[in-house]
Design a protein around this ligand. Structure first.
Ligand code: IMP
Length: 421
């Protein structure tokens, strides 16, 4: 069974952990969008791994992992990640494949990302400053460089020279420092040499694997409301984080996909700017006080709020979510009363789906339904029916309001603190 896994909220839903669990059933794990703006955390015993580009499936022995064409790759960051994993005893040879048509993130992308954020001032997006937007911008403008270029040093150098000349002029006009062509060329070609054994035509390789009945898990990065088309534009990332992105980002056609699993937290979080209708200070303070909800990539404190069923209902629709994995239930263990946002009122009207415009969303007020808390620890529970009744009711309400079947519940950061329903 080929599975697409997506974030059903604003990213940071705990996907790394669920991917790790679902990897057990798959032969191959594929990343098909985003770049090293993502941070997927997996905790195994006392060890904690945070992966940014390499699919977290790499942590399961024998599984093969693909960074497919839809990802934007910072080759220096990728080499760092490969070396970091190898130092910790994870073997990557013959297990990791990187698409030759994936686009490169270059130093001017990072500098432009930063300079544009500064210029936006109060209207900034709150990006991860990893150069993701400018890299996808170059891809769409047909001025990008790809991994295949890195494997042909002469071609790479000529293309890079032209791009650095143009981007240096832009950087200067934004008050930034120009880049040295020689330095960038040297460091990127060195990274290219290290990556050469992994770079290949992943489309053909993936199709060959499907012909021999291998199963694929598509590891979504970020979340539905950070999608460039369906998210809270412009406070979004620059790729299609929703289910369709798995097809265009890998070359595997839609009819080969068998199910979509949506991952969502038992509450809502967001990093970066942009509207978040159910944001709530009480729940934010509580979670931060527990040491929870700090970003895996940038360390920023995440904004927190009550579960937003208006958002997850929309996420179910655009992704075609069949099954739900709900994470971080244990984060709510101490609360006496919980709320779920079941509708919004926007400019005097009650609405069931988020409006298309971020300004309208910023004016939406949540309509809440209240639920009793369970006030007991759930971290040791491994069966749905052993959960406190109030927690069962709460989870069932999340699934019903979203409109998909509850399949996985996670009650802690560890690999085994998860159970199927
Ligand atoms: P960018 O992807 O760095 O351009 O950032 C655009 C927006 O997406 C910002 O609000 C980021 O905080 C958010 N973002 C990007 N990647 C992630 C992620 O992996 N988890 C959560 N938010 C993310």
């Amino acid at each position: 069974m080929n599975t697409i896994l997506v974030g059903a909220q604003w990213g940071d839903e705990g996907k790394g952990k669920i991917i790790d669990v679902l990897t057990e059933e798959a032969d191959i794990v594929v990343r098909s969008q985003g770049g090293n703006n993502a941070g997927h955390t997996v905790e195994i015993g006392k060890e904690k791994f945070v992966l940014h580009l390499i699919p977290s499936g790499i942590l399961r022995a024998g599984k093969k992992c693909v960074i497919a064409n839809g990802v934007v790759v910072d080759p220096i960051a990728l080499v760092g990640e490969i070396e970091g994993l190898e130092k910790r005893g994870i073997k990557l040879a013959n297990r990791l494949l990187v698409s030759e048509t994936a686009h490169l993130v270059l130093p001017y992308h990072r500098l432009l990302d930063e300079a544009r954020e500064i210029r936006k001032g109060r209207n900034k997006i709150g990006t991860t400053k990893r150069g993701i937007g400018p890299a996808y911008g170059d891809k769409a403008a047909r001025t990008g460089l790809r991994l295949i270029d890195l494997t042909r040093p002469k071609v790479f150098s000529a293309k890079l020279k032209a791009r650095i000349d143009e981007n240096n002029a832009v950087l200067k006009s934004l008050g930034g420092k120009p880049l040295s062509f020689k330095e960038v060329e040297k460091s990127y070609l060195a990274a290219g040499k290290k990556l050469a054994p992994y770079i290949t035509n992943t489309v053909i390789w993936l199709h060959t694997q499907l012909e021999s009945q291998k199963t694929i898990l598509f590891e979504g990065a970020q979340g539905t409301f950070l999608d460039i088309d369906f998210g809270t534009y412009p406070f979004v990332t620059s790729s299609n984080t929703t289910a369709g992105g798995s097809c265009t980002g890998s070359g595997i056609p839609p009819h080969r996909m068998d199910r979509v699993v949506g991952v969502m937290k038992a509450y809502t979080t967001r990093v970066g700017e942009g509207p978040l209708p159910s944001e709530d200070k009480e729940i934010s303070d509580m979670l931060h006080g527990m040491g929870r909800e700090f970003g895996a990539t940038t360390g920023r404190a995440r904004r927190c709020g009550w579960f937003d069923a208006v958002a997850t209902r929309y996420a179910r629709m655009v992704n075609g979510i069949d099954e739900l994995a709900i994470t971080n239930l244990d984060g709510l263990d101490t609360l006496k009363e919980l709320k779920i946002c079941v509708a919004y009122t926007c400019h005097g009207k009650k609405i069931q789906y988020p409006p298309s415009d971020a300004d309208d969303l910023a004016h939406c007020k949540p309509v809440y339904r209240k639920f009793a808390g369970w006030q007991q620890p759930t971290g040791d529970v491994r069966q749905f029916k052993k959960l406190p009744v109030a927690a069962q009711k709460y989870l069932n309400a999340l699934a019903d309001l979203t409109g998909a079947r509850l399949r996985i519940v996670s009650v802690g950061a560890q690999r085994d603190e998860t159970f199927r329903v």
